[in-house]
Design a protein around this ligand. Sequence first.
Ligand SMILES: O=P(O)(O)OC[C@H]1O[C@](O)(COP(=O)(O)O)[C@@H](O)[C@@H]1O
Ligand SMILES: [Mg+2]
Ligand SMILES: [Mg+2]
Length: 297
Amino acid sequence: MATTDINTADTARDVRTIDGVVDVIASTAPEIRTGLPGRRVTAEDENPSGETQMAADVFADDLLCERIGALEGVGEYASEERPESVDVGTGRLSVAVDPLDGSSNLKPNNTMGTIFAVYEGPLPAHGRDLVAAGYVLYGPVMTMVVARNGTVDEYVIHDDASYELVREDVTLPDEGSVYGFGGRVPDWTDDFEAFAREVEQDASRKLRYGGSMIGDVNQILTYGGIFAYPTLESAPEGKLRVQFEGYPIGYVIETAGGATSDGAKSLLDVDKDDLHARTPMYVGNTDLVAKLEAALD
Ligand SMILES: O=P(O)(O)OC[C@H]1O[C@](O)(COP(=O)(O)O)[C@@H](O)[C@@H]1O
Ligand SMILES: [Mg+2]
Ligand SMILES: [Mg+2]
């Protein structure tokens, strides 16, 4: 399971670069959001995971690549939408991005996000190389959650691209009250299904699942509980990608005092050397993630 050491940046230059990445993510978010209405259609290509790209995925990726790539201190940029990482400079930090998380929610106009991860060293990197991570949530309000220096903060992003700190030192509530599990239920393993049924039986918890990981994870950060995109019978590695989704969300949740797992160990300890490798993901309150690991053992 989780909750071991969280890396933090140790040089002034790295801190400046991380601040620059956060500024770019925040200042680009209103533009990504404003650009969505005309881009709720599929693009011509598939992404490296074999999924249909939306025009909005490509638009957000191009904007972020150009702006993050221009930051001093960044050496490589990679995203879920491009096969290889791009050499953008000589800096020692790498930035990996899921430009739009939950883009299949574009058609029904449901929640989506943008995820970023800042790693020390080249890509693909390891979870323990992370020095900052976070996400933007495009909900009724645009919010940004950032984990750095051992703490998690939440900001509101305004339409004029300014952003304002609204919650400092965010931690998961002690009593988790929501759960959300992805994948088709008949495709779940028997052990996971038994765990899910146990979670459902607790009268203090209710199902909250929206189909965008960022929306679903942000509910866990707000109300406590557990989110999973589990191992599936048809996909033992699940669906979500280690570099762009698993590691950064692992870093945010663990920095906020929660636990994460791939079924056996912290998401931050997953070893994958392919840029687009996938992992099962289980994140939430420590007691629930411990029960999950016991159930899958
Ligand atoms: O509806 P499905 O296929 O089970 O997938 C839902 C999951 O896929 C995702 O949309 C994958 O992310 P992308 O939209 O960035 O590809 C997650 O946000 C979500 O948890
Ligand atoms: Mg995603
Ligand atoms: Mg995506």
